[in-house]
Design a protein around this ligand. Structure first.
Ligand SMILES: Cc1cc2nc3c(=O)[nH]c(=O)nc-3n(C[C@H](O)[C@H](O)[C@H](O)COP(=O)(O)OP(=O)(O)OC[C@H]3O[C@@H](n4cnc5c(N)ncnc54)[C@H](O)[C@@H]3O)c2cc1C
Length: 495
């Protein structure tokens, strides 16, 4: 692990098999009294008026139709979204003629990889060229490879062929494994032109789908609803007008578009690397291996292979994509791996490790602490850190932002008229504002650049989804500027 990543994000990238994540989410929502989970129904139709959505759903076991009414509806019904189809929302898409095969298999790969523990393993041997996503090295793995449909049409694939492929990928005959499933798919990306029609929203793969080369699909879907949920909540509470909801497509579509393009690019980089090994299209495995070894031995070809290997970096090292984007900025990131924290409106609040000075004795302090997550971050799983370092990495600036709150992180001790006015305004319109002052309520533990930004720039006003709404500065902002920004975002006129 690279502990330096913890300067950019409080959590290392976590590699969780999708079924395990879905189970975890299922357990979580089962405990939430606000959520009713009903299974075994399919969406059949949707109609909407200005303030009501009526969904017709079909009970799969009986074929009976039922209706549900709601003010808003979020369609997370996957890549082939029926709701998207019913709404007639078209997508921008890019097809390729590359057919891929995903093979899910169960195996204990630990004896094979030894201490080279990773998430992704590139298989260069022509017998199984492609890559393995090692979700759980003791169990579930996914092998993805390109299919030569001329030689091996997808209909001709059998479990026996998959076994031969996985055996070749593992490279040993004595590692037992089971084939769980295998599924062909076409390498393509697709992004809906709009993620909203009236009071119905598309989220996740229903809005955008792209190849898994980059691990961006689910993360993108989660960020969609992170963006949307607080906006819907503010409308329901009467704090914002419905115009705030139109910022959803405006903000999320560009991010999904750049994810989709990067995922395609990552896939192409893999094909290019395999091409440079001179094995592509060579059916005779012995000959293909000879070609590969000759490519390694030739200095010019080897340079090409090495460049191809470096070209895989953005596939797995892509923090700039995950947390470096800025809503409103239409430029795609220059390099997925080159993350930089940004104190710009639209950017996600940068992470820095913080601590809380003294005892939380005053009532206000206690109240603020109450808003913090119940448990601090625990980075003890990062073996490179000693106990002192683990203790210093417990709270992040991101923890200052409660999901239901606007947050002002302020770099100076004294109050200024901006803050007093903003607080009054938020109280009046029913928006909850929480103010944290550097040096009074919290301290920066490690990343001094964060403190410099606050002291030099004053502060940042943060939306409930942890994205910056505005920079605050006693020198550059007029006293009412912050209120104007808040009102603009909420779609309300001056009170
Ligand atoms: C091999 C592979 C590896 C991947 N690895 C990663 C990764 O590392 N990181 C990452 O972020 N993403 C990854 N992804 C992408 C990720 O799996 C998807 O982006 C994610 O599952 C999308 O979630 P979703 O809820 O939007 O859609 P889905 O997971 O497709 O769920 C849609 C749901 O809607 C239901 N549904 C469908 N039609 C209807 C209907 N008519 N009525 C009612 N319900 C319906 C379905 O039953 C399903 O439950 C990977 C994908 C693959 C294939």
């Amino acid at each position: 692990m690279d502990p330096a990543v913890l300067d950019d994000t409080p959590e290392m990238i976590h590699n969780i098999p999708q079924p395990a994540l879905e189970q975890e989410l299922s357990n979580f929502i089962a405990k939430d009294p606000n959520i009713t989970l009903i299974k075994g129904f399919s969406i059949h139709g949707v109609e909407q008026t200005e303030d009501e959505v009526v969904a017709t759903i079909e009970e799969r076991s009986t074929g009976n139709l039922h209706q549900t009414k709601s003010r808003h509806l979020i369609a997370c019904d996957g890549r082939r979204s029926k709701v998207r189809e019913l709404l007639g929302i078209e997508s921008e898409s890019e097809d390729s003629d590359q057919t891929m095969m995903t093979i899910h298999f169960n195996a204990n790969l630990r004896p094979v990889v030894g201490d080279r523990v990773g998430m992704l393993y590139w298989i260069m041997d022509p017998i199984a060229a492609g890559f393995i996503i090692g979700y759980d090295l003791d169990g579930i793995q996914v092998h993805i490879s390109k299919v030569d449909v001329e030689q091996h049409p997808v209909e001709s694939w059998t479990e026996y062929m998959c076994r031969a492929k996985i055996c070749g990928a593992i490279g040993k005959d004595d590692v037992p494994f089971d084939i769980v499933s295998y599924r062909p798919w076409v390498f393509r990306r697709q992004v809906a032109f709009s993620f909203q029609k009236g009071n119905i929203f598309l989220a996740g793969d229903a809005a955008h789908s792209f190849p898994p080369t980059g691990g961006l699909g689910l993360n993108c879907g989660l960020a969609d609803v992170h963006n949307l949920a607080y906006k819907i909540a503010l409308v329901h509470r009467g704090v914002a007008t419905p115009s705030i909801l139109s910022t959803y497509t405006a903000e999320r579509r560009g991010v999904a578009d750049s994810y989709s393009k990067q995922s395609v690019k990552n896939g192409k980089e893999i094909f290019a690397l395999l091409q440079s090994l001179k094995t592509a299209g060579v059916e005779d495995v012995v000959q293909a291996r000879k070609n590969m070894m000759a490519a390694f031995a030739d200095p010019a070809q080897r340079t090409q292979v090495e460049a191809g290997i470096e070209g895989q970096r953005e596939h797995f090292d892509n923090l700039e994509l995950h947390i470096g984007y800025v809503y409103g900025d239409t430029k795609p990131p220059a390099h997925a791996s080159h993350y930089s924290p940004k104190f710009l409106p639209g950017a996600r609040l940068p992470h820095a490790w913080i601590s809380f000075p003294g005892q939380p004795s005053p009532e206000t302090e206690a109240a603020k602490r109450f808003l913090l997550p119940q448990k601090p971050v625990d980075v003890s799983y990062v073996k490179e850190l000693d106990m002192g370092q683990v203790r210093a990495c417990q709270w992040s600036t991101l923890d200052l932002c409660g999901p239901d709150f606007w947050t002002l992180v302020w770099g100076q001790e004294q109050e200024i008229p901006h803050i007093t006015l903003l607080q009054k305004h938020c109280d009046m319109i029913g928006a909850r504002l929480n103010i944290w002052r550097l040096g009074v309520d919290f301290e920066i533990v490690r990343q001094s650049w964060f403190a410099d930004e606050l002291v030099n720039g004053g502060g940042v006003l943060i939306r409930p989804d942890q994205h910056i709404l505005a920079r605050v500065s006693a020198e550059t902002n007029g006293e009412e500027d912050l209120i104007v920004e808040v009102n603009k975002h909420l779609g309300i006129s001056k009170c």
